[in-house]
Design a protein around this ligand. Structure first.
Ligand SMILES: [Zn+2]
Ligand SMILES: [Zn+2]
Length: 483
């Protein structure tokens, strides 16, 4: 269904959609200023600046190095109450998480908000995730239609730096003891307004495996005098593929990919090297399978090397655990999403991805759920793969993502019947300060990208032409170009 056919329900979305242009400007400014994990100084600064204007209750910086946490207290029972009417302990506290970091890659887009930093790019849409959570902050701080505390977690370093773990190690959940935590990621292969989730594994565990092979180098013409580590590497590459097909149960999922081989010198055709090195990744959902693969890699590699008179050392590094939703929270999140976009736009049995995500560290210690939010349009906008040099976050989904965050809070901690819901409309004002620096085409950043039921059309063709948002000829179908 094209985005112009999408109707998003409810006052939360309607209110947030009113400041869609500001969210768009904020997102594009972050896009133009990407920062690597644990270096998100500008990004965290912009987040803090905006949260202050939003009027959140507390802002805590420097958690997990560059992480930021904001709290917003809802209206509800008078302060000091120990339990709710239903006997549940107070305080009720719900965590929402967004990641802030970019990737070390070169952007090949040419719209005005393309990366202004060589070799750095928001190629995974974390600029959009951060913006959606800032949008939720504005709405929640303005309306406070919930009974409890919303904890907004802006985390650093998702792309391989385990920033979520850094925040947890820094006392995140001791300082903010949330009962559940929610996160979401844009998904180019799903249409805008579609939410995907399941009550179990969402993303795989990602481990790194390095295999160091040592033989004996020598002359390629007199190979019988050597122990050829390249030949050993070739046998290992082939043999490890038997682990998934012959050791892992067919009903379990796993991938082993050896993606790098380093040996010899391309300028030395007749020199057999003394060593070779393989590097790759293992993806699993279950710790039992993970354990099995690590053991079999060790057994196979050392036995194969021994058979050739060489040695092989396996270094197995567990990086991100599997991202596993808890059943109750996943169902709750799906219900909340359904209240916004309707049953037809919520996939409740989403196929897990073998990719990985460090929100897994949060889900290891707290109940919660991780969702995918579709962003790819039929005309190609937003459908370029993550981590591709032409990728961009689709601004059309900003209000929906923000509304989803805010609705999770309102529904998880509903106001008691005796407390009147917020009804006043706050005066319209710009809440996010404009960028303080000069960048490429910043004047264009505030142009609104509209979502359907506010203005019943998708991105205006004129707007798209001006900013090169229409797929180019060489982007036709965009998948192949993006891949
Ligand atoms: Zn990524
Ligand atoms: Zn990402």
């Amino acid at each position: 269904m094209p985005i112009h056919g999408l109707r998003v329900h409810g006052r939360v979305f309607a209110r947030i959609a009113e400041f869609h242009p500001e969210l768009t400007a904020f997102r594009r400014d972050l896009h133009a200023n990407p920062e690597l994990g644990f270096e998100e100084v500008y990004t965290a600064g912009r987040v803090v600046e905006s949260l202050k204007v939003c009027g959140v209750d507390e802002i805590h910086t420097g958690i997990g190095k560059t992480g930021v946490v904001a709290t917003i207290r809802g209206r509800g029972a008078p302060p000091g109450a120990v339990t709710l009417d239903d006997g549940a302990p107070r305080p009720r506290m719900i965590g929402l998480r967004a990641d802030m970091d970019a990737l070390p890659m070169t952007e090949h887009n040419d719209f005005p908000w393309r990366s202004a930093k060589a070799g750095l790019m928001h190629g995974c849409g974390h600029d959009g995730h951060t913006t959606m959570l800032v949008g939720a902050a504005r709405y929640l701080a303005e309306t406070r239609n919930f009974d409890g505390t919303a904890v907004l977690i802006f985390q650093p370093g998702e792309e391989g730096f385990a920033g979520a773990k850094a925040m947890i190690d820094d006392g995140l959940f001791e300082r903010f003891p949330v009962q559940a935590v929610y996160g979401m990621h844009n998904w180019p292969a799903m249409r805008p307004g579609t939410v995907g989730i399941n009550p179990g594994p969402m993303m795989a565990a990602a481990d790194r495996v390095t295999i160091d092979i040592a033989g004996r180098g020598g002359h390629g013409a007199h190979a019988y005098q050597t122990v050829d580590p390249v030949l050993v590497a070739a046998h290992i590459i082939t043999a490890v593929q038997s682990i998934v097909s012959r050791n892992v149960k067919p009903v379990d999922s796993a991938v082993i990919s050896l993606c790098g081989l380093e040996a010899g010198d391309m300028g030395a055709m007749s020199v057999i090297p003394g060593t070779a090195k393989l590097v790759g990744t293992v993806r699993t959902f279950s710790p039992v399978v993970q354990e099995l693969i690590e053991r079999r890699l060790n057994e196979l590699c050392s036995a194969i090397a021994l058979g050739f008179g060489a040695t092989a050392q396996v270094h197995y590094e567990r990086m991100y655990p599997a991202t596993i939703n808890t059943v109750t929270e996943a169902k709750f999140a799906a219900d909340v999403a359904q209240s916004l976009v309707g049953r037809d736009h919520v996939v409740r049995d989403l196929e897990p991805s073998m990719g990985a995500e460090d929100f897994s560290f949060m889900l290891r210690v707290k109940p919660g759920a991780y969702m995918r939010l579709g962003q790819g349009m039929d005309n190609g906008v937003g459908s370029c793969f993550l981590h591709n040099s032409r990728y961009d976050f689709n601004d059309a989904i900003l209000p929906l993502g923000a509304a989803l965050h805010a609705s999770l809070v309102e529904n998880a901690m509903p106001l008691q019947a005796t407390v009147p819901a917020y009804a006043d409309r706050a005066p319209s004002r710009s809440f996010i300060p404009l960028p303080r620096h000069s960048g490429p085409g910043l004047e264009a950043f505030q142009e609104p990208v509209v979502i359907a039921n506010v203005v019943r059309q998708s991105m205006a063709p004129k707007y798209m032409d001006r900013h090169g948002l229409r797929p180019r000829d060489d982007d036709a179908g965009s998948r192949s170009v993006c891949a």
